[in-house]
Design a protein around this ligand. Structure first.
Ligand SMILES: [Zn+2]
Length: 434
């Protein structure tokens, strides 16, 4: 059958969304049963359709699926169907869709086959049914292969914490956007291993975009859907996974450090490593070209410092210098609303403290500075994995880190020149002690 196979790049289409909503809780056979019971009223013989218009195609599609169900009672096809959920839907215009969804890496991965109406015009029902089953078997195998290649970190997704959050712009495919507080949005990149989170903080006159993500998809487009106000970019620090789309914005405020100026020149190697197959979960965005991907240089409009304030109109965010992870690391504090954006100084995953630009004494001082703010904080918003934590993580982070430095926490096995120290809900990825 001349079907067109579409992978998860189509997964956010409204068709799929509808299908998922309709069929998600339903098993293969009951989905078919449901479908077939809905179609039972259609009794027009497909053979009588001289002109295969949408109605006739729908009817024939139903007969094809009925026959496919009958044929699938044995053999390979049955296995293919039983490994996942078969969703069926009929497009209004010129094609029908069959979707096979299989759980892969924690999230349901879908293959959609579209059947152009022409297919229904000539071939008999039983031949079409047989071919449809073969297509679905092939798709199931392909999906199984890709699931086998899924990196471990990807299998842990989606993270359960996100269920509690309010998702907005659900049609975005690369980014997931969550409204975490009034006029405050977390822009999460779950398809890349860093699971970077940028934040849009909106006032009545302007907005701050705190980090610009990987630069794999266009974050400016997403931000423009959330606010029409002028945007100032501030970076939690200038590692490649936080500055990827800086170049798209005319106003980027930067810390006055050599490290910042060097990174503002862009880079190729770090960016390339971020898109190795082990680092990607699902599909890269449509039109993304891995050959030209790099961290593009950007221009620093003005330099900022500890205590620098940005007035957004009815809302002020304050820069808190938190050197340690990098020399230019900052936190942003929306004091009136109790929101503390911690960048890579704190997030609920192993904190990277092994790079040459990391300074452990400075880090220790910075987390103490943040812990002192804890009584004024309602929500801690880190830059990776999960956007919302309670303020008690701040003093606990100090205790955990000092225990590590005092040698009270056993080191994990060295791996790749790094060791992990785990204590309570915190972990730190560091250079092995000498
Ligand atoms: Zn970083």
């Amino acid at each position: 059958m001349n079907t067109k196979m579409l992978t998860t790049s189509m997964s956010s289409s409204s068709v799929e969304t509808t299908l998922r909503a309709l069929c998600a809780p339903i098993s293969v056979l009951s989905a078919l049963c449901l479908f077939l019971s809905l179609s039972a009223t259609a009794q027009i013989s497909a053979n009588t359709a001289d002109f295969m218009g949408p109605e006739a195609a729908k009817t024939k599609m139903r007969l094809v699926l009925q026959e496919a169900t009958r044929q699938s009672q044995g053999g390979l096809e049955k296995n293919a169907l039983q490994r996942g959920r078969l969703f069926v839907n009929l497009l209004e215009k010129d094609a029908a869709i069959v979707a096979l969804a299989l759980p892969a890496g924690g999230s349901a991965n879908q293959f959609l086959a579209t059947f152009p109406i022409d297919n229904f015009r000539e071939l008999p029902v039983d031949a079409l049914a047989k071919e449809a089953l073969q297509d679905l078997t092939r798709m199931a195998d392909k999906l199984k292969d890709s699931a086998a290649k899924t990196p471990d970190w990807c299998k842990a997704l989606p993270r359960t914490e996100y269920k509690e959050l309010q998702r907005v712009l659900p049609d975005e495919t690369w980014f997931e956007v969550y409204k975490v507080a009034p006029q405050t949005f977390a822009i999460y990149e779950p398809h890349q291993s860093e699971e970077t989170i940028a934040y849009l903080i909106v006032g009545t006159k302007q907005a701050v975009l705190f980090d610009t993500g990987m630069g794999i998809a266009d974050i400016q487009k997403v931000v423009r859907r959330l606010t029409s106000r002028p945007i100032v970019v501030l970076n939690s620090h200038t590692h490649d996974d936080h500055v990827g789309d800086n170049w798209r914005f005319p106003f980027v405020f930067g810390m006055d450090t050599e490290f910042t100026r060097k990174n503002a020149k862009g880079s190729v190697e770090d960016a390339r490593a971020e898109i190795a197959s082990s680092e990607i979960c699902g599909d890269l965005p449509k039109g993304f070209d891995p050959k030209t991907y790099r961290t593009k240089p950007w221009h620093i409009s003005i330099t900022i410092h500890d205590g620098f304030k940005v007035n957004l109109g009815g809302r002020i965010v304050e820069v808190i210098a938190t050197p340690g992870h990098t020399p230019d690391a900052i936190a942003l504090f929306d004091r009136a609303n109790g929101l503390l954006f911690t960048g890579d100084t704190y997030y609920p995953a192993p904190i990277w403290l092994f790079r040459p630009e990391t300074d452990l004494d400075a880090y220790d001082a910075s987390i103490k500075k943040l812990a002192a703010l804890a009584p004024q904080v309602k929500m801690v918003l880190g830059a990776h994995n999960v956007p919302v934590a309670s303020p008690d993580v701040l003093p606990e982070l100090v205790t955990a880190f000092e225990a590590v430095r005092a040698g009270k926490v056993p080191a994990g096995e060295p791996h790749d020149g790094k060791v992990i120290y785990k204590t309570g809900r915190f972990s730190f990825l560091m250079k092995p002690a000498k």
